[in-house]
Design a protein around this ligand. Structure first.
Ligand code: FAD
Length: 385
């Protein structure tokens, strides 16, 4: 279905992003999967190409473009022609906004130029060994020592956990309040900050997911983001964009899987005809086509709502829920239509299948998305008696 939200300047931008992904990212996928991490250099190259934080102010090296469609295009082209392990969307749209929107002028002057050039790679650390969905239960704590904060605790499953130079770390600052959290800028090389294992995962093989440990890390007061007790509210505020960003990626991978499967069913033959000629294959492809178009239209509408400042937490949760569940179904059907080849690592669809399994879990599980949407309907067990 023709997508209505893009103007000629977006189409032109997409062409240049595609060329970048095809030249600088796609060719390295196998090597990066082997290494379990992408080259640091790819961030610098993306920075040189103007693909890091298009929205950042010009004084920091950005283009100052407040139109999220440009970021959407970068995510889509990376998923299709680049590599899901190159977490440019985490850097651009999930973590950098914390610094740009909550940071002081001094913090922005210090970090934004490196973030936009790709010298500084970003990560965000909320999840802990004992808690993920229930963020208010986090145990990592920061104590106010008058001229600095003292950070102790650990985080796990952190994307860009090995490559990350600047980590936004959420920690409890008020032991008496469930929501008393702060956000701290932890820099590579700070004494007491250590990285653990690069975790071995079912999919996302080129993505460096790691544990982080903090033992008496002295965080200068100048590295606190916003109010030291306002962290919970900040996380909630930024999670809506995070979930839409996730949904954009899920649609792009599902669409890519669909396209390569369509090619496959036209070529692969069984019983004297292409397998796409069987009614079952045709119906499966038709159902996926219809569902993908419907979900894409919803996501595109959410991008326009984000642009106008009208995207709600419930809208974003719906986008994440619907697209991640659809992506899972599409990957499964596409593997099935590939037959045994679909189970072979050398076929992209096999890798896409395992990569996609995380979509229903991270950035908030499907169950948590249903909670957010349900509470938005007034169906909140904490308030209904
Ligand atoms: C590859 C990968 C990358 C990640 N990257 C990051 C990152 O960069 N930074 C970061 O901070 N975190 C990251 N995470 C963590 C991720 O966000 C969490 O794993 C996720 O939020 C779920 O938390 P959990 O693992 O603790 O599961 P749990 O919270 O223990 O949930 C287990 C199950 O219980 C269900 N459940 C929990 N609460 C409820 C409820 N109220 N109602 C119904 N069901 C419920 C869940 O839906 C799930 O099915 C990443 C995880 C992975 C696997």
């Amino acid at each position: 279905m023709k997508r209505l939200i893009f103007d000629p300047e977006h189409v032109q931008f997409r062409d240049s992003v595609r060329r970048f992904m095809q030249a600088e990212v796609g060719p390295h996928v196998d090597r990066w999967r082997e290494a379990g991490v992408v080259d640091r250099d790819v961030y610098r190259k993306a920075g040189q190409q103007g693909l890091l934080c298009t929205w950042a102010e010009e004084k920091y090296g950005g283009a100052g473009v407040g139109d999220f469609r440009f970021e959407q295009i970068i995510i889509e082209e990376n998923m299709r022609h680049g590599d899901i392990g190159f977490y440019i969307n985490l850097h651009n749209d999930l973590v950098a906004p914390y610094i740009a929107k909550l940071g002081t002028e001094e913090q922005k002057d210090r970090f934004m130029p490196g973030i936009v050039s790709g010298e500084i790679i970003l990560a965000v650390a909320m999840t802990e060994p004992s808690t993920g969905s229930d963020l208010a239960s986090m145990r990592t704590r920061a104590e106010d020592k008058s001229d600095h904060w003292l950070l102790n605790g650990s985080k796990t499953y952190i994307s860009n956990g090995i490559l990350g130079d600047l980590i936004v770390v959420a920690a409890r600052t008020d032991p008496n309040s469930r929501h008393g959290l702060g956000l701290f800028l932890v820099e590579r090389g700070m004494a007491g900050f250590e990285r653990g294992r690069k975790l071995v995962k079912m999919g996302l093989k080129s993505q460096d997911t790691a544990e982080l440990f903090f033992t008496d890390v002295k965080i200068p007061k100048a590295n606190v983001l916003g109010s030291p007790t306002g962290g919970f509210g900040y996380l909630a505020r930024f999670l809506a964009q995070e979930r839409l960003v996730a949904a954009i990626g899920f649609m792009a991978t599902a669409q890519t899987a669909f396209d390569l499967t369509l090619d496959y069913v036209k070529e692969r033959r069984a019983f004297g005809r292409p397998i796409g000629a069987f009614q079952n294959s045709r119906f499966k492809m038709a159902s996926m086509r219809a569902e993908l178009d419907a979900a894409q239209t919803y996501v595109d509408q959410c991008v326009m709502l984000l642009n106008s400042g009208d995207l709600t937490a419930e809208d974003a949760a719906s986008a994440k829920l619907v697209t991640s569940e659809l992506e899972g179904r599409v990957m499964d059907e596409c593997v099935q239509l590939h037959g045994g080849a679909g189970y072979m690592d050398e076929y992209r669809i096999s890798r896409m299948y395992t990569d996609a399994r995380i979509s229903r879990i991270f950035a908030g599980t499907s169950e948590i998305m249903r909670e957010i949407i349900g509470r938005g309907l007034g169906l909140d067990e904490r308030k209904l008696t």
